[in-house]
Design a protein around this ligand. Structure first.
Ligand SMILES: C[S@@+](CC[C@H](N)C(=O)[O-])C[C@H]1O[C@@H](n2cnc3c(N)ncnc32)[C@H](O)[C@@H]1O
Length: 291
């Protein structure tokens, strides 16, 4: 007589794997451990996270369990979730990310939204410079949203430019973006309707105390020098030379930095100067229009 198949062990059901995984991540101090566990298991199973949650009694095949275990170990070691998954959602765009680039943050989605508000009234050809483009998220999202927008993506890191190029190709936007490798606005040519930037803005002395997740991102994407404002100051000083009259500069900065930056924008050069708060109420975005 054929032996009866043993019932699937409860540990092989997705709903049973998740609590243990979340507990492991929590024990390592990972924020939002349940959410991270869900994303990793969904990726191991090759399904959307919502599909995973809709059927928690689904069995998890051995190969998927192995993938899940591997990625959990990576997460326990402090790797950002987006690096493990290989992508980050940016206002609906799937942006490829890895150790070459910073993982785009929710605040930067807000920055892109403010940039879009400025660009909306323009009719016909219009141009934007995404300075410190990293993965290319801001410029690519704007290019997708505004078909007449010419985007230039400037970046110091060759590795980041390679990643941004891959994103542009994957999103079918390669012919809409010009890439420039540079560490300063000086020497760049052309004039833009908008310069938008999320420059590195963490003060150097703070970097050592950051979480392992943040420290696994490129140092060049984090370190803004002594007070964190080296690159932002350079942009404020040189942007007027690269903006058209009536063109705008829009920068993201760290908490407590925005007012200082605004004070460096003289009234003889800038009009409509404004600070915008992020969704957490932090003065995060510096805006001005070139006279
Ligand atoms: C905070 S990251 C922002 C990346 C991307 N724009 C985003 O928001 O996700 C800053 C980027 O600026 C680049 N960067 C650093 N110093 C730079 C400089 N002097 N000139 C141009 N890019 C620079 C870094 O390599 C990094 O990609």
């Amino acid at each position: 007589m054929k032996p009866e198949r043993a019932p699937a062990k409860s540990g092989k059901l997705s709903g049973r794997l998740l609590p243990d995984a979340a507990a492991r991540l929590r024990a390592r101090g990972v924020e939002e451990p349940e959410l991270n566990a869900q994303w990793l298991l969904a990726a191991a199973l090759g399904v959307e996270r919502m599909a995973l949650l809709a059927d928690l009694s689904a069995p998890v095949p051995a190969a998927a369990r192995r993938r899940f275990e591997e990625t959990l170990t990576l997460k326990e070691s402090g790797l950002p979730l987006a690096y493990i998954l290989g992508w980050q959602n940016f206002r609906g765009l799937k942006i490829k990310v890895d150790g070459r680039v910073l993982v785009p943050r929710p605040e930067t989605e807000e920055l892109a939204g403010l940039a879009a508000e400025f660009l909306k009234p323009f009719k016909g050809a219009v141009s934007a410079l995404d300075y410190g483009a990293g993965s290319g998220a801001i410029g690519l999202w704007l290019a997708r949203k505004f078909p007449a927008l010419e985007v230039t993506a400037a970046e110091k890191s060759a590795r980041a430019i390679a990643c941004a190029r891959e994103n542009a190709a994957a999103l079918g936007l390669a012919d809409r973006i010009t890439f420039v490798r540079t560490g300063t606005l000086e020497g760049m040519t052309g004039r833009f309707d908008l310069i938008v930037s999320n420059p590195p803005y963490i003060p150097t002395r703070v970097i050592g105390g950051l979480s392992p997740e943040v420290l696994s991102e490129p140092h060049m994407a984090l370190d803004g020098g002594g007070d964190g404002l080296d690159i932002a100051r350079m942009l404020v000083a040189l942007a007027p030379g690269r903006l058209k009259k009536g063109g705008a500069m829009l920068l993201e900065v760290g908490g407590g930095q925005a007012k200082k930056l605004l004070s460096l924008m003289p009234d003889r050069t800038w009009t409509g100067k404004k600070l915008f708060k992020d969704l957490n109420g932090v003065e995060r975005f510096v805006f001005g229009i070139k006279k």
